[in-house]
Design a protein around this ligand. Structure first.
Ligand SMILES: [Zn+2]
Length: 121
């Protein structure tokens, strides 16, 4: 069981890897298949572990961008109904991942306890 937590806006979000995409949804009623989901009130991020490690890392970054949009009130990334604009969140996550990867920094995934700066490059 993961004890990982990542702070956004001073709030530690607990990160949990779920067995399959069907187990990601926090309320667990629709049994929808999701790569990841954030529950803002519970300060919880869930990521499916039945996907490739790269996908898990991208998903985690995507969810962290949602947290950043919320805590830093980036209204430019929110539509008129208060819903985060998924395309903007996705592009921001992709851009941040590119920067981190080019610096040799990897995000955690289900079976990577050695995330951080990759010294082997
Ligand atoms: Zn999203």
């Amino acid at each position: 069981m993961s004890k990982l937590s990542i702070k956004v806006g001073g709030i530690p979000y607990r990160v949990k890897w779920c067995k399959t995409m069907k187990h990601v949804e926090h309320e667990g009623q629709r049994m929808e298949s999701l790569f990841g989901q954030t529950h803002f009130a519970k300060h919880s991020i869930r990521v499916a572990k039945d996907t490739p490690p790269e996908r898990q890392q991208e998903t985690l970054m995507h969810e962290l961008v949602h947290c950043i949009v919320l805590h830093y009130q980036i209204n430019e990334m929110v539509d008129e109904n208060g819903v985060h604009i998924e395309r903007a969140v996705d592009l921001m996550a992709t851009g941040i991942m590119e920067v981190l990867t080019s610096l040799g920094i990897s995000l955690p995934d289900n079976n990577n306890e050695f995330y951080g700066i990759n010294k082997e490059k």
